[in-house]
Design a protein around this ligand. Structure first.
Ligand SMILES: Nc1nc2c(ncn2[C@@H]2O[C@H](COP(=O)(O)OP(=O)(O)OP(=O)(O)O)[C@@H](O)[C@H]2O)c(=O)[nH]1
Ligand SMILES: [Mg+2]
Length: 316
């Protein structure tokens, strides 16, 4: 299939075209696809993007599966991107598998895609965002990003989501860990999953007091907390309601657009930095660096001085 026919076929009913375009983007590290991505981008803007993150095994896939079933009962189509920043090897297969094997896996209007890091984390969140664009352009009503909360990557992915759901479990100290890992900063909604387990009530209370301490401003959004037992489909309708509340809040305050423009600013900055660094590191600057690095190693010049010299060569 040519790129043009892929674009023509781009719709929720053509999973093959969608999957092929995502693969093209995933494998491409050059600017060759700019034109394709320009085309795709013009068709985006209609999907609502939900990020679901949290520690390994917290129940993210189970929740994604149950959420998707509700969205489907509302006749909405759902594209799911399971991002596995921990695994450069499996192609992210494990993350996606639990969903793929479930009832929604065979639904014509649900597309599930796994993406793994292949060594570069920064690149992964960029590509996940671009894959989200493809699903958006294809007409999926919801795009869900599932990602394990282990570091920077989920923070980056949160940048591209309209609503970020942080999924925790009652195990002691989990909410404290979330604070440390920066999940508090990105959460619009907390899910306390596995509420069938002991300690759920006290975990709920401590999470509640934490969010209220942190978000005192009554005019801004205070993350809502939903207790769920995803494996038994308990609490999921409430979660859908809370996501909808957040969406309404974003729309009524115009924050939906403002946040999206912030995301675009970061994306554009990244594109420019990458263009700039390709230009900067041409043959002459790289050679100059390698030929003169000994001066820094021997303490004759500081790294700043050598960087300045290289920058001057670049500008001349
Ligand atoms: N007891 C209990 N188990 C649950 C609940 N939700 C999910 N599980 C189980 O927890 C395990 C992990 O669930 P997943 O949905 O795969 O969790 P995940 O966060 O997607 O895991 P990773 O993607 O590997 O990080 C599975 O065995 C689920 O059946 C729940 O509410 N209560
Ligand atoms: Mg999972």
């Amino acid at each position: 299939m040519t790129i043009n026919s892929l674009i023509e076929n781009l719709s929720v009913r053509s999973k093959i075209s969608v999957a092929r375009i995502i693969t093209l983007i995933e494998n491409n590290n050059s600017a060759d696809l700019t034109e394709l991505q320009n085309h795709i981008f013009r068709k985006t803007g209609n999907a609502y993007r939900i990020g679901i993150t949290g520690p390994p095994g917290a129940g993210k896939s189970t929740i994604t599966n149950q959420l998707t079933k509700i969205f489907r009962s509302q006749k909405k189509s759902v594209g799911i991107i399971a991002v596995d920043p921990t695994s450069p090897f499996t192609g992210g297969a494990l993350l996606g598998d639990r969903i793929r094997m479930s009832e929604i896996g065979t639904d014509e209007l649900v597309l599930i895609r796994s993406m793994a890091s292949r060594g570069s984390l920064g690149g992964l969140s960029k590509k996940a965002a671009e894959a989200g664009d493809v699903l958006d352009a294809a007409g999926y009503d919801f795009v869900i990003f599932e990602t394990v909360g282990v570091g920077q990557s989920e923070l980056d992915i949160a940048k591209t989501a309209d609503t970020t759901v942080v999924c925790l479990v009652p195990e002691s100290g989990d909410s404290i860990q979330a604070m440390k890992a920066g999940l508090m900063e990105i959460a619009d909604v907390f899910v306390l999953n596995k509420s069938d387990r002991p300690g759920a009530d006290s975990a709920f209370t401590s999470l509640k007091s934490m969010t209220h301490l942190k978000f005192r401003d009554p005019s801004s959004w205070t993350p809502e907390i939903v207790k769920t037992t995803a494996s038994m489909n308990i609490g999921i309708t409430e979660l859908v309601d809370v996501i909808q509340n957040h969406r309404d809040y974003l729309v009524s305050t115009d924050l939906l657009n403002k946040n999206r423009s912030k995301h675009f600013i970061s994306r554009i900055e990244e594109i420019i930095i990458s263009k700039f660094s390709q230009e900067l590191w041409r043959k002459s600057t790289k050679e100059y660096l390698l030929a003169n690095i000994y001066q820094v190693t021997e303490g004759k010049k500081s790294p700043y001085e050598l960087a300045d010299e290289i920058y001057r060569i670049f500008n001349s």
